[in-house]
Design a protein. Sequence first.
Length: 114
Amino acid sequence: MTVAEWLGEREPAPPEALLRRLREALGADASRDAGDAAEACRAAGERLLAIVLREDEASRDYALDLLAADALVTYAFEAASSDPGSLSVHAEHAMSSIASLGIEQSAGDAAARA
């Protein structure tokens, strides 16, 4: 089973537009083994969040990307829950990676204002 197939089996199923965006965000990672779903979904969610944060003015144009980023990180934790012992490692990695996106954006904003 691939990550895309695993994602397609989630219940409740996400709306079709969101599911399409999730698959787009996963890109080539969608064809990875479903055992890699936690890493693939987390990484795709972080990539989408980075796109939203890089935009000077986050608008409704990015609402689907922000929703997809949230869904991907949520699915990452759902996948990780199949191995409860790994949850703390996934949580620490996600927190540090996502926090670093905010720090990078803040530094970029400060440099732009200087």
